[in-house]
Design a protein around this ligand. Structure first.
Ligand code: SAH
Length: 255
């Protein structure tokens, strides 16, 4: 099991971004994973009631793709992650600094889903403006942002985080209870979780993943006090040496 401190010591944000988010041509299958997730985030954030003042992104990593549909529906975004280098990489992009990752192809794809590929620059600006804070968190702690306490948000989004951060199902279930405190009663949880995956690898490093089934994720979400509104598993059939992932679950629940 890959401990959080291993993430802190050896997770390389630039290598991760290049490997999974560069959307270059000729990586058909590889891009399919990302594009599938962008389509389901678009669909989930189009649902009734997914709007409000604040959105908290739990385990944001160095990425922003999970905020591209979300930013149209919330006024302010707070991004949380355990590792310093991932938060710094994200901030580099937010400040539009040199050497920041190029998200333009991904932003264009989401704008196309929303019906206007030409508004990509506007959307980038929107994300940059709306992300107000980037803070440290640990999903295994009862107060994930401790010692800081955040006012509960209208929505939390978490993509590909808990399954990497939790060593077993009891830890996964308690992590969901922990992050449920970040959202108001009546607010929403939006999750993208890999199913049937035991590892993912990039940059010659292997990270462990809690091998989950759809019903286990749904059960954990319900036990944390949420009502599941949407839960859709899509098979991942691409032959991909970077991971043994067998599917992706998109889930929306209301606290
Ligand atoms: N959300 C991004 C990043 C996923 S990578 C995406 O969709 O691509 C997994 C992330 O989980 C890493 O950024 C890592 O720093 C974070 N992480 C690992 N253990 C954690 C913990 N205990 N608490 C919070 N985040 C953790």
């Amino acid at each position: 099991f890959t401990e959080a401190d291993v993430y802190q010591q050896s997770f390389d944000p630039q290598a991760y971004l290049k490997e999974f988010y560069s959307m270059t041509d000729g990586k058909e299958g590889a891009n399919e994973f990302l594009m599938q997730n962008l389509r389901s985030l678009h669909k989930m954030f189009s649902l009734d009631g997914l709007r409000g003042g604040t959105l908290i992104d739990v385990g944001c990593g160095p990425t922003i793709y999970q905020l591209l549909s979300a930013c149209e529906h919330f006024q302010e975004i707070i991004a949380l992650d355990y590792t310093d280098q991932n938060r710094q990489e994200l901030e580099k992009w937010l400040r539009n600094e040199e050497g920041a990752f190029d998200w333009v192809p991904v932003v264009k794809y989401v704008c196309e889903l929303e019906g206007d590929r030409e508004k990509w620059a506007e959307k980038q600006e929107k994300v940059r403006k709306k992300v107000r804070q980037v803070l440290k968190c640990d999903v295994t702690k009862a107060n994930p942002t401790g010692p800081v306490s955040l006012p509960p948000a209208d929505c939390i989004v978490s993509t590909l985080c808990l399954e990497g951060a939790c060593k077993d199902l009891p830890t996964f279930r308690s992590a969901l209870r922990n992050i449920s405190t970040l959202v108001k009663p009546g607010g929403h949880l939006v999750m993208v979780t890999v199913l049937g995956e035991t590892y993912y690898a990039f940059n010659q490093q292997v990270f462990s993943c809690l091998c989950l089934e759809k019903h286990e994720v749904e059960g954990a979400v319900e036990a944390a006090g949420f009502e599941v509104k949407l839960s859709e598993a899509q098979p991942y059939t691409v032959s991909d040496e970077r991971t043994d992932c067998r599917g992706v679950l998109s889930l929306v629940a209301r606290r």
